[in-house]
Design a protein around this ligand. Structure first.
Ligand code: BGC
Length: 781
């Protein structure tokens, strides 16, 4: 029997606060002890920094301290309803700790000079920005980066982004987003690393390393911001900003690992999430922001809210704006993004005794420490060297890296009869609303990226094959037909040109073009604005008439290659059954067109693997591979009614997590295990020979999953615990060895203790989460 203890106490504590008044809530909520035994110590503070910041704080007035807690947005490219007013004036008054949405060394220097020359204590500003998948050189969207399963290139993308951002006057980036997402309807699934906590943790670490390097004070590194803390990706019904209500066991085991990994990697700042968590918005949730984040995980940087998240606590039902500010500060939130609640109300809250000056000091100290770590007190102009952009931004090796990373992120979903790679001869019917789009290539959250510098697929094909292939183009369909949706997309930078011809006319033209060509390359999917923030979709099939277009093209009998551009898993049943080949290219970045052409013509052999499950139909979501079993699992017994299943669709995904094909084939030898019984402190090895048995050189992601067969709480049917991406020449074989450590077998039990429970385990190794071999082992007490 395994232990159950303090978790129940915690749930009771959460329940206690439900009937108290607002006044009581301000002082009594969220004070429960986190029921966990895995506290990590915060790193020891640099004593010199401590002395410097203490001396500075001692000189500051309350108003000056509150000013540091304010992050002001400057007038363009905003993502929310409020833009701070009179920023210059506010900086002069000492009312601003940092600004965002401003870049270029000239602009940043101008504002920094306001702050340094016109304020009493000359405290420099932070300059933050949404550098999400590249700054000026845009890389594939984060979901696509994760499908490379290549931590080196992911780190390299963040390193290049940091080089460019820091050359452009920035010292702080609002990335990485590490929210686990299992619901394909949620638009922001495009911004993270998918559904898996282990892979998500590896990506989180790589991103933090890439941005921050070894020395935050160096002029070519930037402070990263982990977001969105926490559980933002678990929004109810996949609707953005939605509520999250989740057991602590699921939270700790399945959603928190990537946040913790980024903190362990030393991330300098954390952004709160918009959602409420088990009844309390994250921004005002003391248990989350102090007890878990700081006391348990040992985070010692500063916390910034998401955009106006304190103001939004009013709509969450947490009280007035002033009360929301008090809750947020007490919870451990340090900096207020754009909403100016701290600026407007905190002085009075201190006077009224609702918060203490010591609480303001603590928040201010953390922000000053960040500035110290970035080297800003030593040199406020460290990131404003006007000579750097010309030598750094979009330099040839960055552009080359963007092409290489894009190729590595593409996932080959189907390739019957070796339709791909295409021959460099004859003619191609290049059809579809995305075939010549540059704007879509750089995806959403490509804030400082210039889509006019992006390579469309049409251009990419011309670049790669020149005149050897004749390209016959037809648009074939609009990206969507719903007028409201189109209006909305274009109101937010969609740049979509809508063809006024009827869909019949467009399809007929495309069919004509297809008939006169050797092969059809249909480039279909979503517009970039259909994913990202506030871009949830209830129907995740191809929008508009694109499926009708594909059906008409199929009837021509020509080989049909579907090139997908999209930011979420789509429901692609017809496409899977009818296309000859399907290549998932996501939104591939500045060099997207060249990179896709490289893959289509076999200059690069695709190696990406899905990091989110693709469902057959939207009604299956949330659908993820690492689910629990039920007491009545469905094993295919069609007439057995009382099973966990749907009447109208099987439980299987269309494409499982970890899935992705190659132009070559890989054959796996028999899985070997070094020991079948170990003690709780021992490790063991599993080994498998992988052979490139096809006719192209290629890369394979060998994946290792574990199942804990009996636990004190139910355990997932499979959990990714390791992987290796290996390159094999055709005919080459290699033995891949994995070590399974006691840490790989641990999980958070009902009492939220991180434990290894002896008993029977299975280990699975294979090419994706479905197609695996298994061996068993036992951990003996
Ligand atoms: C988003 C954040 C982003 C912030 C600043 C918010 O709406 O949720 O991810 O960093 O805006 O632009």
């Amino acid at each position: 029997m395994k232990k159950i203890s303090t978790a129940l106490l915690f749930f009771l504590c959460l329940g206690c606060s439900q009937n108290v008044t607002q006044q009581e809530r301000t002082t009594t909520t969220n004070t429960s002890t986190p029921p966990t035994t895995t506290a990590s110590a915060a790193p020891a503070k640099d004593p010199e920094m401590d002395r410097f910041v203490s001396d500075l704080l001692a000189k500051m007035t309350l108003e000056e301290k509150i000013g540091q807690l304010n992050l002001a947005a400057i007038g363009f490219d905003v993502t929310g309803p409020v833009v701070s007013e009179n920023v210059d004036e506010n900086i002069r008054k000492g009312n601003v700790g940092g600004v965002f949405n401003t870049f270029t060394p000239v602009a940043a220097r101008k504002l920094q000079e306001f702050a340094v020359n016109n304020t009493r204590l000359k405290i420099p500003l932070l300059f933050g920005y949404d550098v999400i998948h590249g700054h000026r050189t845009i890389f594939p969207i984060p979901l696509a980066l994760s499908t490379s399963w290549d931590m080196n290139v992911i780190e390299q993308s963040a390193r290049i982004a940091a080089e460019e951002a820091s050359a452009d006057g920035l010292n702080w980036v609002f990335s990485p987003m590490v929210d686990i997402a299992r619901d394909a309807r949620w638009g922001r699934i495009s911004e993270g690393a998918g559904e898996d906590p282990y892979l998500g943790s590896e990506v989180a670490k790589a991103m933090v390393r890439g941005y921050q390097g070894d020395d935050l004070a160096s002029s070519n590194t930037v402070m990263a911001c982990l977001k969105h803390f926490a559980l933002y990706g678990a929004a109810e019904a996949g609707r953005d900003y939605g509520t999250t209500d989740m057991s602590l066991q699921r939270m700790y085991n399945e959603y928190m690992p990537p946040y913790k990994a980024a903190i362990d990697a030393g991330v300098g700042s954390v952004m709160t999430s918009f959602n409420d968590i088990n009844g309390i918005p994250a921004t005002g949730n003391r248990w989350l922001m102090t007890e878990l984040l700081r006391d348990t995980y040992g985070f010692d940087g500063f916390v910034v809210t998401d955009y106006t998240a304190i103001n939004e606590m009013v709509a969450h039902g947490m009280g007035t704006e002033a009360e929301a500010g008090e809750l947020a500060l007490k919870a451990g939130t340090d900096m207020d993004m754009v909403g100016e609640v701290f600026l407007k109300h905190l002085g009075k809250s201190v006077k009224d005794g609702k918060v203490t000056e010591a609480e303001v000091d603590l928040a201010c100290r953390r922000i000053l420490e960040a500035k110290y770590k970035l080297g800003l007190f030593e040199d406020p102009y460290r990131y404003t060297d006007e000579a750097r952009p010309a030598a750094t931004i979009m330099k040839p090796e960055f552009i080359e890296a963007s092409r290489d990373i894009a190729r590595k992120s593409m996932v080959l979903l189907k390739n019957s009869k070796n339709t791909l790679p295409l021959q460099q001869r004859g003619s191609i019917a290049l059809i579809g609303p995305l075939a010549n789009r540059q704007r879509e290539m750089i995806g959403n959250w490509s804030a400082a990226g210039d889509w006019k510098q992006a390579v469309s697929l049409e251009q990419g094909i011309r670049n790669v094959v020149g005149n050897k292939v004749k390209i016959n183009y037809a648009k074939g369909a609009n990206i969507a037909d719903d007028e409201q949706m189109l209006k909305r997309l274009n109101a937010h930078g969609g740049e979509l040109d809508i063809d006024s011809r009827s869909s019949e006319t467009m399809i007929q033209e495309a069919v004509r073009v297809a008939r006169s060509s050797d092969v059809i390359v249909a480039v279909v999917g979503e517009s970039q604005g259909m994913t990202g923030e506030a871009a949830s979709r209830a129907d995740i099939t191809l929008p508009g008439q694109q499926l009708e277009l594909l059906k008409a093209l199929k009837k021509t009998g020509k080989p049909l290659v579907v090139v997908l551009m999209n930011g979420r898993p789509l429901a692609l049943q017809w496409e899977e059954q009818n296309a000859d080949a399907i290549l998932e290219t996501w939104f591939a970045g500045t060099q997207g067109g060249n990179a896709i052409a490289d893959v289509l013509f076999g200059l690069y052999n695709p190696s990406g693997k899905l990091t989110t499950t693709f469902p057959q139909v939207v009604g299956q979501v949330p659908l993820f591979y690492n689910h629990k079993n039920t007491g009545r699992p469905f094993g295919g017994e069609l007439l057995d009614k009382y099973k966990s299943r749907y009447l109208d669709v099987t439980n299987e995904p269309l494409y499982p997590f970890g899935f992705g094909l190659s132009y070559t084939t890989f054959s796996y030898g028999t899985l070997q295990i070094s020991k079948t019984t170990i003690s709780p402190t021992e490790s063991l090895e599993v080994r498998v020979e992988v052979r490139n048995s096809g006719s192209y050189d290629g890369e394979e992601v060998v994946q290792l999953y574990i199942q804990d067969l009996v636990g004190s709480i139910s355990r997932p049917v499979k959990e990714l615990k390791n992987f290796q991406k290996i390159a094999l020449k055709k005919g080459e074989a290699r033995t891949v060895t994995f070590t399974i450590t006691p840490g790989d077998l641990k999980f958070y039990n009902y009492a939220l203790e991180h434990v290894l429970e002896p008993g029977d385990f299975k280990v699975f190794v294979g090419t994706n989460s479905r197609d695996v071999q298994e061996v068993a082992f036992r951990v003996q007490e």
